[in-house]
Design a protein around this ligand. Structure first.
Ligand code: GTP
Ligand code: MG
Length: 668
């Protein structure tokens, strides 16, 4: 039998789904987290009769009526699942809004069981809900649940009630039969009546004690934290703290332990191979695989700490406030209010971030968001940030924080450019982000979130990154005649000869060495590769100084080996962050953009953006630190001018198109 889980966004559907199936699908303290349905078998402990029960977690919706909200679905959406029973998850702290959708579900002629979820919060607030009365009004079973806790959380009862309900006939207490769903006024009329019907029920079953002191405290706090302007420096400060802890304090301490193990492994394998082993094999195993992968994996603890802290911020409700602060800017440049969600998800990984754009209904807004989301630095880019911040800039927290804000800045600039090119300036978004109440974040939830992202990182390190490092090591060892490259003739290797032409193009950006070009190229396979490849080509086994309990600091060996000035190093970092994302993320972009023209436009734009940002950073940086301009200024300037000129040309063409459209409209 099949049970569909449905309800309003953020009511706890996925949390409940995870609790009854034992899966770990993504939850988040805001609306619109789940974008694709997920299926899972009910846990044995909840399925006493050992039946065949599948649960389906669905994206949240507020309504089934057309016209009403951005978060509406059609009845066929639920019916297509062909469920035997619907469990309607209701956020019991928000009864009146949730029941609107409930009454629509009751019309589908599929048995419904209502889970009054988050009932722990209701209890805390001293609100009373008479579930017997509610059940009789709705004409379906109602069960109290708490999906975030173990023990008696009502889930066993919920499942057994759902099993019993299967096959029963469902009668709707409020029926909108006969309403023409394509006629706006009829739908609005019926919705109004439905609201009144729901309100009457809520008035009767709910006894609310409004804790106005608590509410006022929260509101006062929000007036500061989510303030139009103050919100931004507060966010910056918080991100700075997050980066300090993860990259300068707790992270390196844990990383040190980790790097110790990797060093141990290196020594053990070296011992096992013995003196007699071939130098090529030694280089491949030790420097290529253990060294290259180890250099990336060494950053894992830093990243885990960062993910953990971000998960805490999300869980306590702060990230939803950040979304509100940013939302204002995004709407101004023609993005949807929902665009912020893909971007926050994109800080973990650009792929789910890009996929999350699917919930944006306006095509242009959806495509713009999908092409700009990869500018948010993702988890894979963190080792690159950490490496450069550690090697070239003593105050590493500032580098990371500014990369996030630069990413946001580029997104806003990009949106402004895209809207000029495509026209359609008047598309407005009315989506309003709902603010969850503040709460004490759960260590357990944050740990789960950290673990699931960390796991993905480890799997990637053991597969793609390992293969890439081995390939890089081989290409570096041999020349095109498959002879081992002699010492001093490194530039004749396969790797050097492939990377050199690209390196030429990078001279105006301050980093024209083939080694750096090779690292940037492997970065398109996975961004962590930038670190791994640098380790391999420069023969550095790890970037974390085990003696100093910190990342290697400026002026030390690594900076010298790479031979970069700090301006060039910053430019290189930005180039890796703001050119196109890895191939997998480009694949996700391709799926969501649904247009080759947009895809190539997006990739071109990302390349151009990365190039221009790196060029400006390198030359301005060199001017500030050394008082002169950097190398390759003139050819670089020509390239940058050509790119900018082309974009301006497209923007003017877009303006002309918009003008003509307007003229036609005015005439017609
Ligand atoms: N206190 C409390 N919090 C809960 C409960 N169930 C879920 N939550 C929290 O509610 C938030 C939303 O949970 P999700 O499971 O992501 O909600 P969802 O309904 O799947 O949301 P969408 O996928 O966006 O539609 C999370 O922060 C959960 O920790 C509960 O029973 N009690
Ligand atoms: Mg969900």
């Amino acid at each position: 039998m099949k049970i569909a889980l449905t309800g309003n966004p953020n009511s706890g559907k996925t949390t409940l789904f995870n609790a009854i199936t034992g899966k770990i699908e993504r939850v988040g303290n805001w609306a619109g987290v789940t974008i694709e349905k997920k299926e899972g078998d009910i846990k044995k402990s909840l399925n006493k009769k050992d039946m065949d029960i599948v649960a389906v977690d669905l994206p949240g919706a507020y309504s089934m009526s057309p016209f009403t909200s951005e978060e509406s679905i059609t009845s066929t959406f639920v019916k297509n699942e062909n469920p035997d029973v619907i469990i309607n998850i209701v956020d019991s702290t928000n009864l009146s809004r949730s029941l609107f959708f409930t009454t629509q579900l009751l019309e589908l002629e599929i048995p419904v069981v209502v889970a009054l979820n988050k009932s722990d919060l209701v209890e805390k607030k001293d609100t009373k809900i008479d579930i017997k009365l509610l059940s009789s009004f709705l004409g379906c079973d109602v069960v109290n649940t708490v999906s975030t806790k173990g023990g008696d959380n009502g889930l066993e009862k919920l499942i057994s009630t759902a099993v019993e309900a299967s096959g029963k006939k469902q009668v709707a207490p409020f029926d909108a039969k006969g309403v023409d769903m394509s006629a706006r006024s009829q739908v609005e009329d019926s919705d109004k009546k439905r609201y009144e019907f729901v309100k009457k029920i809520v008035d009767k079953v709910e006894e609310k004690k409004i804790d106005s002191a608590r509410q006022t405290r929260q509101d006062a706090f929000d007036r500061v934290v989510a303030h139009r302007w103050l919100g931004i420096p507060i966010f910056a400060l918080i991100m700075w703290c997050v980066f300090s802890i993860s990259q300068a304090h707790l992270g390196p301490v844990l990383a040190d332990m980790f790097v110790g193990w990797i060093d141990g492994l290196y020594a053990a394998v070296e011992g096992m191979l013995g003196e007699a082993a071939s130098p090529v094999l030694k280089a491949l195993l030790l420097d290529g695989i253990i060294g290259g992968v180890g250099a990336v994996v060494g950053f894992l603890p830093l990243i885990m700490v960062l993910f953990f802290l971000l998960a805490l911020l999300e869980d306590c409700g702060y990230m939803a406030r950040v979304a509100v602060v940013m939302d204002r800017f995004f709407k101004k440049v023609g993005l949807s209010g929902k665009s912020i969600i893909p971007m926050i998800i994109g800080t973990g990984c650009a792929i789910p971030g890009v996929m999350a754009t699917r919930t944006i209904k306006n095509e242009r807004q959806r495509r713009t968001t999908a092409m700009l989301t990869p500018f948010m630095p993702c988890g894979a880019k963190l080792p690159v940030i950490a490496l450069f911040a550690g090697v070239f800039f003593n105050d590493s927290a500032l580098v990371g924080t500014s990369m996030y804000f630069l990413g946001i800045g580029i997104i806003i600039l990009g949106a402004m450019v895209v809207i000029r090119i495509t026209g359609e300036k008047n598309a407005k978004s009315f989506f309003i982000m709902e603010l969850p109440e503040y709460r004490i974040p759960s260590i357990k939830r944050a740990a789960i979130s950290m673990w699931s992202q960390g796991k993905a990182f480890i799997i990637k390190a053991g597969t793609i990154i390992l293969l890439c490092n081995a390939a890089v090591q081989i290409m570096q060892t041999f020349n095109w005649n498959f002879e081992v490259v002699a010492e001093g003739a490194e530039s004749t290797s396969i790797l050097a000869s492939i990377a050199s032409p690209f390196a030429y193009l990078l001279i105006p950006l301050g980093f024209g060495a083939w080694q750096l070009a090779a690292a940037a190229i492997t970065g398109f396979i996975a961004k962590e590769n930038v670190v791994g490849t640098l380790a391999v080509v420069y023969g550095i086994t790890n970037f974390i100084d085990t003696e100093e309990l910190a990342l290697v600091q400026g002026g030390t060996d690594v900076a010298q080996i790479m031979g970069l000035t700090s301006a060039a190093a910053l430019a290189y970092l930005m180039f890796n962050l703001f050119t196109p994302p890895c191939f997998a993320a480009i694949g996700a972009m391709n799926a969501e953009l649904e247009s080759k023209k947009w895809l190539w436009g997006a990739i071109g734009f990302q390349f151009g953006m990365g190039y221009v940002v790196a060029f400006v950073t390198y030359h301005v940086g060199t001017l500030v630190t050394e008082g002169t301009k950097g190398t390759g200024f003139v050819p670089g300037l020509i390239a940058v001018a050509a790119m900018t000129g082309y974009v301006i040309y497209l923007m003017n063409k877009g303006k002309e198109k918009e003008r003509l459209k307007f003229a036609v409209n005015a005439r017609g």
